[in-house]
Design a protein around this ligand. Structure first.
Ligand SMILES: C[S@@+](CC[C@H](N)C(=O)[O-])C[C@H]1O[C@@H](n2cnc3c(N)ncnc32)[C@H](O)[C@@H]1O
Length: 245
């Protein structure tokens, strides 16, 4: 069952496919569409497999806008390579688009461990991962990500957080324990359609993202940049002994 609820100028899609906390806006573009298209046209190309997965996700899933898409996917690949990552942990796989981007950017021995709760999304991801040897780098862990993270050892070179917003601060705190000293944490949707500017927060997800942004920017253990790609990505690295001034 899908409920469509008009609010502001946005379309809100709520589906029983996602947890009670999971209601995602169709995402107003913060970056104008023609600028985004221009940036995409002048960035790393999306692979054929990613394109096919994106198109099938758009045909079959209730909230296809949840996948990061070609421009953010290219950005994730670039950061994976710059970090010289060999191990990636992803919180929130959906149909596997960003997991595939990471797997494509990793060296042959690289691994992606990705967490998901929704069986229908995971079934589509498995179909596409099986189509390429690159898919063998990806290990899907079903169940609540916070439980999966509790039982992981790490360290991971890159941790991408893109699941239920309510748990963002919990994911960030656990991610810091699991991160290698030279690693990167990336957190998606930290502008939340621009709603983070609103005071007081209009709902609990917006409040959770505002809290995350406050916690990260005030955390002396890390340095961070909030990058205005798509819906906002926090790029976080552990503070080195020689702080950048
Ligand atoms: C925004 S989507 C991820 C998109 C994905 N990174 C991509 O670019 O293709 C968020 C995903 O997190 C999953 N999710 C929500 N709550 C979760 C939880 N507690 N544990 C694990 N996954 C969860 C949802 O089912 C959904 O598929």
């Amino acid at each position: 069952m899908i409920a469509l609820i008009g609010t502001r100028s946005a379309l809100y899609v709520t589906s029983h496919l996602f947890s009670n906390h999971w209601a995602l806006s169709a995402m107003n573009r913060l970056v104008p569409e023609d600028i985004e298209a221009y940036a995409q046209a002048h960035s790393m190309l999306e692979s054929d497999l990613c394109r096919a997965l994106r198109e099938e996700t758009q045909r079959r899933m209730a909230a296809p806008q949840m996948l990061v898409g070609p421009l953010e996917g290219a950005f994730l690949k670039m950061l994976t390579q710059l970090a010289q990552a060999t191990s990636v942990l992803e919180i929130g796989m959906f149909t596997g688009y960003s997991a595939l981007c990471f797997a494509e950017a990793l060296p042959p021995e690289g691994t992606v461990l990705t967490c998901e709760v929704d069986e229908e999304s995971a079934a589509l991801a498995r179909l596409y991962f099986a189509r390429s040897p690159i898919g063998k780098k990806i290990d899907i862990r079903m169940g609540r990500a916070i439980d999966t993270m509790r039982n992981l050892k790490g360290p991971f070179d890159l941790i991408f957080i893109d699941a239920d917003k309510i748990n963002y601060v919990n994911y960030y705190r656990r991610a810091l324990d699991l991160l290698s000293p030279h690693g990167l944490i990336l957190i998606d949707n930290v502008l939340w359609d621009g709603a983070v500017l609103k005071q007081p927060a209009p709902d609990e997800k917006t409040a959770a993202i505002q809290e995350l942004n406050r916690v990260v920017s005030g955390d002396p253990r890390v340095t961070a940049v909030l990058v205005t790609v798509r819906d906002g990505i926090l790029v976080i690295r552990p503070q080195s002994r020689m702080p950048i001034v």
